[in-house]
Design a protein around this ligand. Structure first.
Ligand code: FMN
Length: 219
């Protein structure tokens, strides 16, 4: 048992906290997937869990798009290839050579492609909390993505976020409803391998341990 319940409110014990920390340490951005399918019910479960995320004014602005047609998936792969080529050409020398060796998507193997959008026009929440900071609607969507990412990892599933895309072209490919902004394109699948360190670290692109990221300024 990882939790004990007293009445309706669960008690998360020390063993649970340690397991939760382990989940955080072993969550990875995954680009290498086996091509086994993911049961539809599991995707439904993950979307329901993601929907427990916090949102500005309880607006719940996340909107999910399962990208299923081969034509649309091919267009997204093409979109990535162009954006990645442009990115590569923005580097030079050794950094460019390193970039060229990176695998930055698992679009061909991932059984599930999930675009995540923000409904910028939702009336839910009645505008609470976003009158001075309208961008909080997109921050709320990112909170749902992180929730989904952890829930997926707990099921043994990998998630890979692909942002090397032209968002306008992605919008057109996905034929998004008016008022939805494109936030993320996620690949989901069973990982080929498990790691407790980021692939970008293993490939010598960047190191963890950014002092400024863990040390708050005190004001
Ligand atoms: C907003 C966002 C966009 C990302 N875009 C990409 C991407 O296009 N390609 C990629 O390979 N990884 C992408 N990543 C994954 C990061 O590279 C990864 O999270 C980081 O290297 C740390 O690795 P970890 O997630 O395994 O801890 C993205 C992550 C975030 C949060």
């Amino acid at each position: 048992m990882t939790t004990e319940t007293s009445g309706k409110s669960p008690h998360f014990d020390a063993a649970f906290r340690e397991r939760f920390a382990e989940l955080l340490r072993w969550r990875r951005d995954v680009r290498r997937f086996r091509d086994d399918p993911i049961p539809g019910q599991l995707i439904e479960k993950l979307l329901a869990l993601a929907s427990l995320a916090p949102s500005v004014g309880l607006s719940q602005p996340w909107r999910f798009v399962l990208v299923e047609t081969p034509e649309r998936r091919a267009a997204i792969r093409e979109n990535f290839a162009k954006a990645n080529d442009t990115a590569l050409n923005g580097y030079a020398g050794e950094r460019q050579a390193r970039y060229a060796r990176l695998k930055l998507e698992g679009l061909s193997q991932a059984p599930v492609h999930l675009a995540v959008c923000a409904d910028e026009t939702t009336g839910r929440g009645h505008g609470l909390g976003r009158q001075t900071m309208p961008e909080t609607i997109r921050y709320s969507v990112v909170a749902a993505i992180q929730t989904l990412w952890l829930a997926a990892r707990a099921e043994g599933l990998g998630v890979g976020w692909v942002s090397i895309l032209d968002p306008e072209a992605a919008r057109a490919t996905l034929d998004l409803p008016a008022g939805w902004s494109f936030v993320a394109y996620l690949c989901l699948g069973w990982p080929e391998e498990e790691h407790d360190d980021p692939e970008l670290e293993r490939r010598g692109w960047e190191q963890r341990g950014c002092e400024a990221a863990v040390t708050p300024l005190k004001r």
